[in-house]
Design a protein around this ligand. Structure first.
Ligand SMILES: Cc1ncc(C[n+]2csc(CCOP(=O)(O)OP(=O)(O)O)c2C)c(N)n1
Length: 379
């Protein structure tokens, strides 16, 4: 086990000054350290591919490799800039990748991590990225040797990855991130679900939002067959919702999005503005943070998603930060037949004992599809 501060120091020692990525729970302690460190340049990017691009810019302007960190699901987002730009067959841009390993074979984890966990090593091999695995047994001496090897790849204009297992980083006092808002996400979700009619369906985004929607749906509706949880594919919930809404014009589809997820594929907002669906209500639960993986700031700061939605072509948008305002807006919105966006400013918090879906994703999919069909047949 290693202290995050020490790990960062060893990386700095091989000449890396730029640190960029998207937070992950396996790397929470390290992300906290990057946020505290005064001597490094640290940026939280909207997606992992952008962090790779930032490291490319770093190299082009300084000749120094950058460090890009991510959950292994983020490998999905780096494949294009790595294969088509950074790989030695193209520009040959070196960088150090830190990859948090979810879904490690043989370890219990959520279903959305299973396949990516299984193929993480083979994907890196396929991308011709040499790598080492760091775990609870990795000593300082091991790390020094691994980084000497990484440096050789970097000097040879190649990428090198450190695949980090849970247990490598020593648990220490973690930062509790705060913002200026008091409405809890769970309360906001409860109010939204309670305000919807019994024909409405919901698409929820990756992380704890889906877990809270699942629990609240169970409490309020006695089941969860009207919700589709976007358990992976962070950033795509709104487009999935649009795909559904376009086929079921007489039903209202709510998308419960997160600010981090919305940022990750923000270009889609312009597409949704153009699609102009009259039966979709897009709600961004904005805590200015990646709460589900530890509450680290998104990097967008106090950004107006309401304004962004209007500029993207939504015909109505509003911003609220209290239960009363939220209830009022929802009463207004349900009367509209418009392309609606609602930004809800919420606190960075969640319940320790928050549950997880009990069914498999496949079972949930079947239930959701049957429900959508039944509600359509009733029309
Ligand atoms: C491509 C990808 N990168 C990173 C993650 C890890 N991850 C899961 S949830 C989450 C935070 C989402 O933040 P936000 O949408 O703001 O919702 P919040 O958790 O704050 O409610 C992250 C980074 C992921 N699932 N997929």
């Amino acid at each position: 086990m290693m202290k995050a501060k020490k790990f960062t120091k060893y990386i700095k020692d091989i000449g890396i000054e730029l640190y960029a990525g998207v937070p992950d729970s396996t790397l929470k302690i390290l992300c906290d350290d990057f946020n505290k460190e005064k001597e490094i340049r640290h940026y939280t990017t909207a997606d992992e591919g952008a962090a790779v691009a930032l490291a490319i810019g770093e190299y082009l302007s300084s000749g120094k490799a950058g460090c890009v960190y991510m959950q292994n699901s983020g490998i999905g987002n780096i494949v294009n800039p790595i294969t088509s730009l950074a790989h030695s067959d193209v520009y040959g841009i070196p960088m150090l990748l830190l990859v948090g390993w979810r879904g490690e074979p043989g370890k219990k984890d959520e279903p959305q991590h299973k396949f990516m966990g299984k193929i993480t090593e083979s994907l890196l091999r396929e991308l011709e990225i040499a790598y080492s695995i760091l775990d609870a047994q990795t000593t300082e001496e091991d790390l020094k040797n691994i980084l000497t090897m990484a440096k050789k790849h970097i000097d040879d204009h190649r990428q090198y990855a450190l695949v980090i297992k849970k247990g490598f980083l020593e648990n220490e006092d973690q930062i509790t991130y705060k913002n200026a808002y008091s409405l809890s996400r769970e309360e906001a979700i409860r109010i939204i679900l309670e305000s919807a009619d019994d024909q409405s369906c919901f698409v929820s985004t990756t992380g704890k939002i889906s877990r809270e929607v699942y629990e609240q749906s169970q409490k309020i509706y006695g089941g969860h067959e009207r919700i589709f949880m976007t358990v992976g594919g962070m950033g795509y919930a709104s487009i999935i919702a649009a795909g559904i809404a376009a086929n079921v014009p007489n039903q209202r589809i709510y998308c419960l999005d997160g600010d981090g997820a919305l940022l990750m594929h923000m270009g889609n907002l312009a597409f949704l503005g153009q699609m102009s669906l009259k039966n979709m209500i897009h709600i961004c639960l904005n805590n200015e943070a990646h709460e589900s993986v530890g509450g680290m700031p998104t990097g967008a700061g106090n950004f107006s998603y309401e304004q962004l939605a209007l500029d993207s072509g939504y015909s109505y948008a509003a911003r609220v930060d209290s239960s009363e305002e939220l209830k009022q807006e929802l009463r207004k919105i349900v009367k509209k037949q418009e392309n609606v966006f609602l930004e809800v400013q919420i606190a960075i918090s969640s319940r320790e004992d928050l549950g997880r879906p009990k069914e498999t994703p496949g079972e949930n999919k079947e239930q959701f599809m049957e429900t959508v069909k039944r509600l359509q047949d009733k029309e």
